[in-house]
Design a protein around this ligand. Structure first.
Ligand code: R5P
Length: 296
């Protein structure tokens, strides 16, 4: 007997209601497994399909970067405003409260410091440790055109393979060497290679000319990298343009934590990303919040 029906009740099978087969909201992710989709849905808001990721992993190659000297004091409070946090396992374990209920995008490559050739990276985190830390994605630099291009691509394909085994998406960061041309042709090449070889998310830089061709020719979501600190209005404008030209969010660091008012900046970026707020309006919001926060 399948079920002991002590109290006889009419069972509800809703035979006339076909079961829905849901699609998936993220570009290129329809055929992924449940665990991978679930993790992606933690990083990208399923309502908007976008994310505000907060990058604070700079220390893995450049030590205590300006603004990241005391992550416990100045950065942890900002994490509550982000949709996801990109960081190293050292900072996660030493400094981030485990009660922080935010998806973690774990930096998994490293090796050279700013004193050496940066493309000479290796994988620096075991997948078992990533699982132990309950991360939502794993990430690394890929140096297309760099001195150690093949090594960094191979690092990525290994990370992708490990991630697929356990349902963890990989975000490839297209790193650009100092002397390399940052144009649409280069970013189309770099992003497409990373996606073709299996990365489920790509982080890349915004370019004024042809960014929409970079997002259009990449079959997975692209998040815009922030880059060096620029005036707030310019950073908001760059984020706005990237979103309007097909980015599925931003992954910004210095333009948030080196801002005069990081909390206000984070909130303004949210509006640009999730609500398509125009840059001038977002800048006004930034100024208002900045003044309010000064008074507190
Ligand atoms: C790339 O080199 C690393 O992921 C960076 O630490 C991070 O992406 C930099 O973020 P931002 O350029 O917005 O400061």
């Amino acid at each position: 007997m399948p079920e002991a029906d002590v109290v006889k009740q009419a069972k509800k099978f809703y035979e006339d209601v076909p079961m829905k087969t849901e699609g998936f909201f993220l570009k290129g992710a329809g055929a992924l497994d449940w665990g991978m989709k679930n993790r992606l849905s933690r990083i990208f808001n399923p309502k908007t399909g976008r994310t505000v990721m907060f990058a604070i992993d700079h220390g893995y190659f450049q030590g205590p970067t300006t603004g990241l000297e005391r992550i416990d004091l100045t950065i942890v409070p900002l994490m509550y405003y982000a949709d996801a946090i990109m960081l190293t396992r050292g900072i996660l374990r030493t400094t981030v409260p485990p009660t922080l209920n935010k998806p973690i995008v774990m930096r998994c490559s490293g090796g050279p410091s700013i004193l050496k050739e940066l493309s000479n990276e290796e994988l620096a985190v075991d997948i078992e440790d990533a699982i132990r830390m309950n991360v939502s994605a794993i990430t690394l630099q890929v140096f297309i055109g760099g001195e150690f291009e093949t090594r960094s691509v191979h690092n990525m394909t290994r990370l992708v393979d490990m991630g697929i085994r356990f349902g963890i998406p990989t975000m490839a960061v297209t790193a650009v060497g100092k002397d390399m041309v940052r144009d649409a042709r280069y970013f189309r090449l770099a992003c497409r290679i990373c996606a073709e070889l299996g990365a489920q998310i790509i982080k890349t830089y915004y370019i004024e000319d042809g960014f929409s061709t970079v997002t259009a020719s990449c079959p997975v979501p692209i998040v815009m990298a922030g880059g060096k600190k620029i005036p707030e209005i310019d950073a908001l404008t760059m984020a706005y343009k990237a979103i309007q030209e097909g980015a599925a969010g931003v992954d910004m660091g210095r333009n948030i934590f080196q801002s005069d008012a990081p909390e206000a900046m984070m909130q303004a970026i949210h509006k640009v990303v999730h609500e398509n707020m125009k840059p001038t309006e977002a800048y006004k919001l930034y100024e208002t919040l900045k003044n309010e926060q000064k008074k507190d």
